[in-house]
Ligand binder design. Structure first.
Ligand code: ATP
Ligand code: MG
Length: 495
């Protein structure tokens, strides 16, 4: 129980309050009021009904917080929003006598200051929200169940979602392929990827609308309330353009490396060929002179004919070699594909590696001329045929086939071997630059990436099919009329 002194101060405190405070009966009669109310409304307010005094009305207000059902909330609050800013509130607390409500106390809150604060908070919230929503990076926040809380326009654009649809129906797990969302959570909770609760510059794949995979760089964080995880937020940017440029650069680098390699090889071969040309001319000329000017026995004549034949073969080889290494700059001219293939074979078939390889040819007759850069064609065939011979380790069969594809616009070239074949996981990478299964120093892994580049330059297509233990077949399709915009887009390698 309070002492009289306590009661006295309590009353004084209530009177000192610069807010209106009144006690109202359940029948809306004002039973008591503090000094501030009396000063504002006059002493005669006591005994009157509150709706009369405060709202100048003869009936209780519709939104009166003193109504029994409103009083179930503790406190009951009446809100009035003026000009969207000032919020007037009347708080109402029941005074119980046992189970029964004896009266209720109403306090007004003149809240212009709180209204201002609220306005400031609202404004700063709106600013932060705007900041996030207009970010050029994608921003996605989700609660613990994966429900999307925030999804900005950049995120919708990167992933191809409609903003409303994403906000209303999407779950965070659906934007990661497979178990990606769980993996991100695991990394977020670990301390090794930017500290606990953080994930920095993590490269991941997201699943866009229509199932397209979008590579991204992600910075993410867990949002805590105290110690409790309540949400996650991720900021990410699209890596597609960056990766495309990187790939282009890699391709250019490969082409440069290969061009350099071929150029120095070409120079060397051309030098040797020229060196050989003169003595070969001499051998041919003098052998012919000996045959013509001397009356030789049959056996000596046969030997000399043999010398002449071999010298001529050497001369042909030198000629092909010069043709093969001629440094022409991307000259697109009509060429005979069969002849280009035969020339490459001619240079290779007498090498030791090919001694025990049977070569079968099925070259279509009357093929239209193909608009191509002959030097690049030579490199293309050389790389594929060499790979085949190396894979067969010099023993097996090589099949070469050319034909005109239905429609008459493309020439098809097939080069197959009976080598060990390529396992599926290797097959997916063979066109990548620097991919090789050969021992160090034996292969650079540039051969097929160059082949792919050449086919692409010519607007064609290339694919490889292989069965382990059976062999491999490369299929190339080149447009007769040379590269066109449309053709170049077709140059996708397939496994
Ligand atoms: N006919 C084939 N049979 C089996 N494997 C092959 C065949 N052709 C290519 N490969 C595989 O593809 C890989 C890549 O070939 P690529 O020609 O690009 O490089 P490389 O031959 O290893 O090296 P480089 O050609 O630069 O000397 C090879 O290492 C090999 O594993
Ligand atoms: Mg190779």
């Amino acid at each position: 129980m309070r002492t009289d002194r306590e009661k006295e101060f309590m009353l004084k405190a209530i009177d000192a309050l610069q807010r209106e405070l009144i006690v109202v009966s359940p029948g809306f009669e004002i039973l008591a009021a503090n000094q501030y109310s009396i000063d504002s409304r006059g002493t005669d307010m006591i005994g009157k009904s509150c709706h009369n005094v405060f709202s100048n009305s003869s009936v209780p207000c519709a939104d009166c917080p003193g109504k029994p059902d409103a009083l179930c909330e503790n406190p009951a609050i009446k809100k009035t929003i003026k000009d969207k800013l000032t919020v007037d509130r009347v708080s109402c607390y029941p005074i119980f006598s046992g189970e029964k409500i004896d009266a209720f106390v109403m306090m007004d809150f003149d809240l212009p200051r709180l209204g201002k604060l609220e306005e400031e908070v609202q404004r700063s919230n709106a600013f932060l929200r705007n900041l996030i929503l207009s970010s050029v990076d994608g921003v996605i926040a989700a609660d613990k169940t994966g429900r999307i809380l925030m999804f900005n326009e950049a995120a919708a654009e990167i992933l191809g979602y409609n903003l409303e649809e994403a906000l209303s129906t999407l779950n965070i797990r659906a934007i990661y392929p497979g178990d990606g969302a769980r993996e991100v959570m695991r990394k977020l909770r670990s301390e090794h990827f930017g500290g606990p609760g953080k994930l920095k510059t993590y490269h991941a794949d997201l699943l866009g609308q229509n199932g397209k995979i979008v590579p991204i760089s992600l910075n993410a964080a867990i949002v805590y309330e105290g110690d409790k995880e309540v949400a996650t937020i991720g900021f990410f940017h699209d890596l597609r353009e960056e990766l495309k440029i990187k790939k282009e650069l890699e391709k250019t680098q490969v082409q440069l490396l290969q061009a350099e390699k071929m150029a120095s090889l070409g120079k060397l071969a051309a030098g040797v060929a020229h060196q050989l040309n003169n003595p070969l001319g001499g051998i041919t000329l003098f052998t012919k002179l000996v045959i013509e000017e001397h009356d030789l026995p049959e056996s000596a004549l046969r030997d000399l004919q043999r010398i002449l034949k071999d010298a001529e073969r050497c001369r042909d080889t030198v000629k092909e070699l010069l043709e093969f290494t001629r440094q022409t700059k991307h000259m697109m001219r009509p060429h005979d594909v069969n002849r280009a293939l035969t020339r490459t074979l001619f240079l290779l078939e007498n090498q030791t590696l090919f001694q025990n390889i049977t070569i079968e040819k099925d070259l279509a007759e009357g093929l239209p001329m193909l608009t191509a850069d002959i030097q690049q064609m030579n490199h293309l065939f050389m790389n594929i045929i060499l790979n085949a011979a190396q894979a067969m380790e010099g023993k097996g069969s090589l099949f070469l086939k050319t034909h005109l594809l239905p429609g008459g616009e493309f020439i098809g070239i097939e080069i197959s071997d009976t080598g060990p074949g390529i396992p599926e996981d290797v097959l997916a990478h063979i066109f990548e630059p620097f991919f090789t299964t050969k021992d160090e120093g034996k292969g650079t892994g540039l051969g097929l990436s160059l082949v792919y580049g050449i086919v692409e330059n010519h607007g064609g297509r290339i694919s490889a099919k292989s069965r382990v233990g059976k062999g491999t077949r490369f299929t190339i399709e080149l447009p007769i009329s040379g590269p066109t915009e449309k053709g170049a887009e077709n140059g996708q390698p397939t496994g």
